[in-house]
Write a new protein. Structure first.
Length: 441
């Protein structure tokens, strides 16, 4: 078993970003001082929006952090041309990312955090790419900003080019953020898909806000910036509320999952361990973000059908009972869970957790990948009881591999072996010395 390398660690991303942009940003320091001295109100407005946006990020339901107001303001500065009521705004390509970097430093000093630093670095790289394309790339003696601000291009063409530039910068940010997300057992392809689906609404809102502000500034002046950012702010408020509702629902599901523990049907924290393991397996197998959430919910509630039993199972382990009884427990649990409209997909997964893999191959039974993942994750925790010592893990894997291709999907078993193998290798000898190592399963 080999450990899949982590594509980009958050710390490495911050260091690489500083190494790549540090010298260039240093060159733009004098330029920024000059612009701030000639346009103090305009730069002050940008500083206020950038710092405020960095201090008030939006955390999506998956845990991803975005700073839409800060991103939109920085992209606007990168594309900005003439501003009504202000002298000609002349700045180099490194002035916008330098101002953003300074504001990010202020925000990180107030609210430090490793995850905040990594997403800030991704955002800085995206803005730097747009600023260089708009102000540093010179064609026929003119940069893009000089070209559209001088009236040499039709309005529709300038708008389309600005929109493409903003989208290019956001694409860079999303790709870098996905590379950071693709750590542990999550595949890069899955992380990119999750970034595009979750951050999609913000991407569209931000990509439209920056060109809109730059095009309105010659008429409305500095007021164009807050006006153009209103849709972004409203989107941020809506997503915050949606995320809060989702987190409340998630906590409700976790509370419901403890019903079997409190009733003495299952061991303590069994459902949580199965959920964590199932989610890690799903990430490694490329399960989409929405399906991962359904898989987590199904794993938390997979033993709910045991409340119908007259006597609790020994150790709460369904792996030791007859297949017909396993299916009966699964069906009863799915029936209970399906009464909540938000858990219908999770109920479908629960209903298939007892179906053997041979039924998928021989009888063409419709068992989703999430159901096969849940079956293996539950069997492993039933066999180990939450212990992760090398001997216990080896015994459990050996027992599961006896049913390979008949009871369990070989693909999910391979994912399980990789994940638990990584966990065991990551333990220190001191951490495993005092645990049971050879109790029969």
């Amino acid at each position: 078993m080999r450990t899949r390398p982590q594509p980009v660690s958050p710390t490495l991303l911050v260091v690489v970003t500083a190494a790549l942009l540090g010298p260039a940003l240093a060159l733009g320091a004098a330029d920024l001082v000059g612009v701030a001295s000639t346009h103090p109100r305009l730069i002050g407005l940008f500083v206020l929006l950038l710092v405020g946006g960095e201090l008030a990020p939006v955390r999506l339901p998956s845990g991803r952090l975005l700073a839409p107001l800060s991103t939109a303001a920085a992209l606007t500065l990168a594309l900005l041309g003439p501003v009504h009521g202000e002298d000609d705004l002349v700045m180099g390509p490194w002035t916008p990312p330098l101002l953003l970097a300074a504001c990010q430093g202020i925000a990180l000093a107030v609210r430090p955090g490793r995850d905040r630093a990594s997403v800030a670095a991704a955002r800085l790289l995206g803005v730097a790419a747009v600023a260089w394309l708009a102000r540093g790339l010179v064609v026929d003696g003119r940069s893009f900003v000089t070209w559209w601000a001088g009236g040499a291009a039709p309005g529709w063409l300038a708008s389309a080019c600005m929109l493409l530039l903003a989208l290019a910068g956001l694409l860079v940010e999303r790709l870098v953020a996905a590379a950071v997300q693709a750590r542990g057992h999550r595949r890069l392809r899955t992380a990119i898909r999750g970034e595009s689906s979750e951050a999609g609404p913000f991407t569209l809102a931000i990509s439209a806000a920056a060109p809109m502000a730059a095009l309105m500034a010659p008429v409305l002046g500095a007021a164009a910036l807050p006006l153009a950012l209103v849709p972004v702010g409203l989107t941020a408020v809506a997503v915050r509320r949606y995320a809060a509702v989702g987190e409340t629902f998630r906590q409700t599901v976790r509370a419901l999952s403890r019903l079997t523990e409190e009733g003495g049907y299952t061991p303590a924290h069994h459902s949580e361990r199965v959920a964590d393991l199932a989610r890690a397996m799903g990430e490694r197998l490329g399960v989409a973000e929405r399906e991962l959430l359904d898989l987590e919910y199904s794993a938390l509630l997979h033993d709910l059908g045991q409340v119908s039993l007259r006597e609790p199972l020994e150790g709460g382990a369904t792996i030791h009972v007859a297949p017909a009884d396993q299916q009966r427990i699964a069906d009863h649990g799915a029936e209970i869970v399906r009464r909540n409209p938000g858990l219908v997909a999770a109920a479908d997964i629960i209903a298939t957790q007892a179906v053997p893999y041979r039924a998928v191959v021989e009888d063409l039974a419709e068992v989703p990948l999430s159901g096969r993942v849940l079956k293996v994750a539950n069997a492993f925790d039933d066999l180990t009881g939450g212990r992760r010592t090398p001997a216990v893990v080896a015994q459990a894997l050996e027992r599961i591999e006896l049913g390979l291709g008949y009871e369990y999907d070989p693909v999910t078993v391979a994912a399980l072996a990789t994940i638990v193998g990584d966990e065991v290798r990551g333990q220190s000898p001191r951490a495993t010395a005092g645990q049971d190592t050879a109790r029969p399963l």
